[in-house]
Design a protein. Structure first.
Length: 318
């Protein structure tokens, strides 16, 4: 899975601290904390017909992450929404748009790690792009997303709390490098105990009987506990959909053996929504794996999710 340039994005205007700048001229100071040490937090949002799905949940996570990093100044919810509205209006955007919010600690008076060198307030960047869900093969028409297990392990909270949604993504990038090397779309990442954490970019779900050896045939949606992965917002939306629609679900430790034996597998995230997984480590997933088709539970959850995004969200386009 390699994203391609979208001609609609050639003349994008990027919002940096309220100033709208052409993408070719947009830039931040080399003294900005995002440049100096990845000292920033971020969120991904998606625009559906003028509304942003789970906008307040994303902004709250952004602000909570900034508080956890001890930012001394954090924009209010309304200030952030105002800049999003401004950016979308300037780019004449209404639908099929992905927005990346970045909030850094701001510009330092001189280079260095010490947060006391940041004395001019944070830097807020709003980058909105025309971008469809990125996992084309995971939409039900292809062969599904392919994953390869990475040697890079996800940190537990005593190393770096995964609930801080920070910009230092080198751990994920190293895992993605490994996936690229073996021709997989993304990397499956384990925690330090050897259980599944998430992928380099998304949360993972499997669908299978649970407990596996109890002789039950009812399919149960299963996802790892948030021990070494963030409390994902799309992940939460899927769990809520399961509860609202009487689809059995459970949060539990999941090993690679569980993944390899699963009847279905899918990933969740703002960038790719719900994408079905066809292969993990070269193994076909599912009882009908030879057909390379999306499973019925995954398909139903995708339909429920899309229905939810059509009717919910915060209006940001007049």
């Amino acid at each position: 899975m390699l994203q391609k340039f979208n001609e609609k994005n050639r003349d994008l205007l990027v919002n940096i601290n309220g100033s709208l700048i052409h993408r070719d001229q947009a830039g931040i100071s080399p003294f900005d904390s995002a440049v100096q040490g990845g000292d920033a937090v971020w969120e991904g949002l998606r625009l559906y017909d003028g509304r942003i799905f789970t906008l307040d949940e994303h902004i709250e996570r952004l602000r909570r992450s900034a508080r956890a990093l001890a930012f001394t100044q954090i924009p209010t919810r309304d200030d952030i929404v105002a800049e999003i509205r401004k950016t979308l209006a300037a780019n004449h955007m209404r639908d099929g748009v992905h927005i990346r919010l970045t909030l850094s600690r701001g510009v330092k008076i001189t280079s260095g790690m010490d947060p006391r060198l940041n004395q001019s307030g944070p830097t807020l960047i709003v980058l909105a792009e025309h971008k469809a869900p990125v996992y084309g093969d995971g939409d039900g028409n292809g062969n599904g997303v392919t994953l390869a297990t990475s040697s890079i392990r996800r940190f537990p909270p005593d190393c770096m709390d995964p609930n801080i949604h920070h910009n230092n993504l080198i751990q994920s990038i190293m895992a993605k490098v490994e996936a690229n090397a073996v021709g997989a779309d993304d990397a499956l990442m384990l925690d330090q105990r050897g259980f599944v954490a998430e992928t380099n970019a998304t949360h993972l779900f499997i669908v299978d009987a649970y407990p596996a050896h109890a002789g039950r045939t009812e399919m149960v949606v299963q996802t790892p506990r948030t021990v070494a992965c963030p409390e994902g917002i799309t992940r939460r939306a899927v769990l809520d959909l399961c509860e609202a629609n009487s689809i059995p679900c459970v949060e539990r430790d999941i090993s690679l053996t569980h993944v390899y034996n699963a009847a279905e597998c899918f990933t969740t995230g703002t960038m790719g929504e719900i994408a079905w997984v066809g292969r993990v480590d070269g193994r076909s997933i599912g009882t009908d794996a030879g057909k390379h088709s999306m499973g019925p539970v995954t398909r139903r959850l995708r339909e429920l999710f899309r229905e939810k995004t059509r009717r919910e969200g915060v209006s940001v386009v007049d």
